[in-house]
Design a protein around this ligand. Structure first.
Ligand code: AMP
Length: 421
């Protein structure tokens, strides 16, 4: 069968490689892909959010199954458009992708179905929001712009002054777009990503993982798209996993069915574990990036079979087999990331990475046989190991072989997991 992967980041490179491993797959295509992905798939210059162009491409190339990486095409209804054209695309339809497109929709949904989450208020007027913050000054709050902001529309103020300034940024200056403001109680705990494959009714828990959102070591600095991840996360044990399935995933899938928005695809719950109890911070409606780069290589069995089972409503029978051991990935970022990433720095050493490590391309370009940087997150380096410590060692050994001017990355990926393990 022919598989098309939509998107152009490290996650999509990992999806392409996962599809290529399937004995069922004869060819993998990507739209738009990137020069690194082009080493593994035939790439087409159709943008990931050009829904009509993607349908046309899939029809012309007689694609059997399309995998959607990023959220934007999902929230634009790419899966609906493929279905209307009689083709299969893996992911939620537009009305189910609302779980990621609108934080306000999600918070109201969570409240309605009594799913644990931080308490919150929604504001459209700056003065009302400021009054709320002044009146509730003893609580620590998080400010969120209600919309897709690539992980950047969330402010975690350290003082009332900073919080008031945040209101200005979101509601008055509209720095993140023309969105409502969600003010949410700050939850102090350990973050955990929990990804579930869903067929509309059934949820199949994938391996656990932990992301590192902040730019610098020790979880300091600004939020980013993600600087690294590891899987499995030792904070997750069987009891916690069961609790998440029972109190969060099951009521979410049942609630979405009840709302007439059955969820098919990867449901990513961003959770905060406080006092042993899970709370929903956010939902994403696709694989996390970089979590995909540790999760996808960890499956022993066939991803394509799993995606087909999800599309066919047959997940209850699926029995995925995971590799033993751990996976770790480290994101190599360009000079100036996240604020103002620089492009065009020559990248060396990619051909020296081998053995147990893989390099997934996110923001690279290729000119005259040379690799250069072409985005904020440039490469994701993933290594598997018999345990977390071995995977960390292998991943950093591979990173040490790669260089470009201004390259920076976190040196403490998986540190929390190592401490626990
Ligand atoms: P979100 O996009 O909603 O997941 O927010 C991005 C990041 O902000 C999360 O990964 C957390 O690190 C942090 N965050 C969001 N909401 C809260 C909260 N209520 N309490 C503490 N941290 C939060």
């Amino acid at each position: 069968m022919k598989v098309l992967v939509i998107g152009s980041g490290g996650r999509e490179h990992a999806l392409v490689q996962a599809a290529k491993k399937s004995p069922k797959v004869t060819e993998v295509l990507a739209a738009p892909g990137n020069p690194g992905i082009a080493q593994d798939a035939r790439c087409f210059q159709v943008s990931a959010d050009d829904v009509a162009g993607l349908v046309e491409l899939a029809r012309r190339e007689k694609v059997d199954l399309t995998l959607v990486g990023p959220e934007v095409p999902l929230t634009k209804g790419v899966v609906d458009a493929f279905q209307d054209a009689g083709m299969k695309a893996f992911g939620p339809k537009k009305n189910a992708a609302e779980l990621e497109a609108s934080k306000v929709f999600t918070k109201n949904f969570l409240k309605k179905y009594k799913i644990p989450t931080a308490r919150y208020e929604v504001f459209t007027q700056a003065e009302a929001a400021k009054k709320f913050l002044r009146d509730n000054g003893s609580t620590r709050w998080v400010l969120k712009a209600d919309g897709l902001a690539a992980g950047k529309g969330v402010l975690i103020p350290l003082s009332l002054e900073e919080a008031l300034e945040g209101v200005e940024r979101i509601l008055v200056k509209k720095e993140f777009g023309d969105y409502q403001l969600l003010i949410e109680e700050f939850l102090d705990g350990e973050e955990l990503s929990y990804m579930v494959l869903c067929d509309g009714v059934q949820g199949l828990a994938l391996a656990s993982s932990q992301d590192h959102k902040r730019l610098n070591d020790g979880d300091q600095g600004p939020n980013t798209g993600g600087m690294g991840a590891y899987s499995p996360a030792p904070v997750m044990d069987e009891a916690l996993s069961q609790e998440i399935l029972r109190t969060i995933i099951a009521p979410t899938l049942a609630g979405m069915r009840e709302e007439g928005r059955p969820f098919t695809g990867v449901l990513y719950a961003g959770l905060m574990i406080c006092g042993g109890k899970p709370y929903v911070l956010e939902y994403n409606v696709r694989f996390g990036d970089p979590e995909a780069e540790v999760l996808l290589p960890r499956l022993e069995s066939d991803w394509i079979e799993l995606f087909e089972a999800a599309l066919g409503g047959r997940l209850a029978e699926a029995k995925p087999r995971w590799k033993t051991g751990s996976a770790v990935c480290i994101v190599l970022a360009a000079a100036g990331y996240p604020a103002n990433p620089r492009k065009g720095d020559e990248t060396q050493g990619l051909d020296r990475v081998g053995g147990g490590a893989s390099v997934f391309h996110a923001g690279t370009a290729r000119h005259d046989g040379r690799w250069t940087t072409n985005g904020g997150r440039v490469l994701t380096v993933t290594a598997l190991g018999e345990n977390l410590a071995a995977a960390v060692k292998e991943a950093y050994a591979a990173v040490a072989k790669i260089s470009f001017s201004g390259m920076h990355f976190r040196k403490d990926i998986a540190a929390r997991g190592l401490k626990r393990a």
